[in-house]
Design a binder for this molecule. Structure first.
Ligand code: BTN
Length: 246
């Protein structure tokens, strides 16, 4: 197993993303995992804050140095989402949903979030940091609106067991990702996908697009059929159910 050969557990950090970044710049090997009990400046996607009551969540970042060109990495966030969903499903008597690209949901509530941060060098991709936050033991009152945890969903788990399962699942998914040259079978993602076939709005940095969520392609891009009938493929954005508010 490549992932988790080196594991650093810290009590409190600003963000595990920054800790792994420092180790990566100093030449750390692929597979380094940094876990923290608490983050004082946890980050989510699109510049959002990721907050968690200390000790209640699995907060970790993992260093990857994929031997593939950057343009083959599109499906990786989705593959990581599958590994996180499989991990959670082994502790909860429920199926997880996946909201593109990789929010992990139970009954429409977010139980885990994933953040990928890449560093480029003059020669291409230098390394990739995968940050994962899984709500393990927090009660609903202590979680942000619309969130849930493993225990609040009827599951029973401690952070160490969730981490061990997560590393094993991620290692498998990552190995397959590399073996297939970045074109893994995304059937397990599609099986859990929420909102496919529905009318959705994609919120992006500078605009919003509404249409029918047709599915994903083999690069992990979201396929949206606009009202004009034109189909677009998107690599980034937040999916929200329903048409754009006018
Ligand atoms: C999201 O859904 O917006 C992504 C959330 C990612 C949170 C994790 S917690 C561990 C790692 N460190 C961070 O600062 N963020 C990620």
């Amino acid at each position: 197993m490549t992932l988790g050969r080196e594991l650093i557990h810290l009590a409190s950090v600003a963000s595990t993303m920054d800790v792994v970044d420092e180790y990566a710049r100093a030449g750390a090997a692929e597979g380094l995992v940094v876990v923290a009990d608490e983050q004082t400046a946890g980050r989510g996607r699109a510049g959002r804050v990721w907050s968690a009551v200390p000790g209640s969540s699995l907060l970790c970042s993992i260093l990857l140095r994929p031997s593939l060109p950057a343009d083959r990495l599109g499906p990786l966030p989705l593959a990581v989402g599958v590994a996180v969903a499989e991990t959670i499903e082994s502790f909860v008597p429920r199926a997880c949903g996946l909201k593109w690209p990789n929010d992990v949901l139970i009954d429409g509530r977010k139980v885990a979030g994933i953040l990928l941060q890449s560093r480029l060098s003059a020669r291409g991709m230098a390394y990739l940091i995968v940050g994962i936050g899984i709500n393990v033991g927090a009660s609903l009152e202590l979680l942000p609106e619309g969130a849930t945890s493993i225990s609040a969903s009827g599951g029973d788990a401690d952070r160490e067991s969730v981490l061990a399962t997560l590393i094993a699942r991620l290692d498998r998914v990552y190995r397959i990702f590399l073996e297939t040259d970045g074109r893994p079978d995304l059937a397990e993602w599609r099986r859990r996908a929420v909102m496919i076939g529905e009318r959705v709005t994609i919120r992006r940095d500078t605009d919003e697009l509404s249409g029918r969520f047709k599915g994903i392609d083999d690069r992990g891009r979201l396929l949206l059929v606009l009202d004009s009938g034109e189909q677009v493929s998107l690599i980034q954005g937040d999916v929200v159910r329903g048409p754009r508010a006018s």
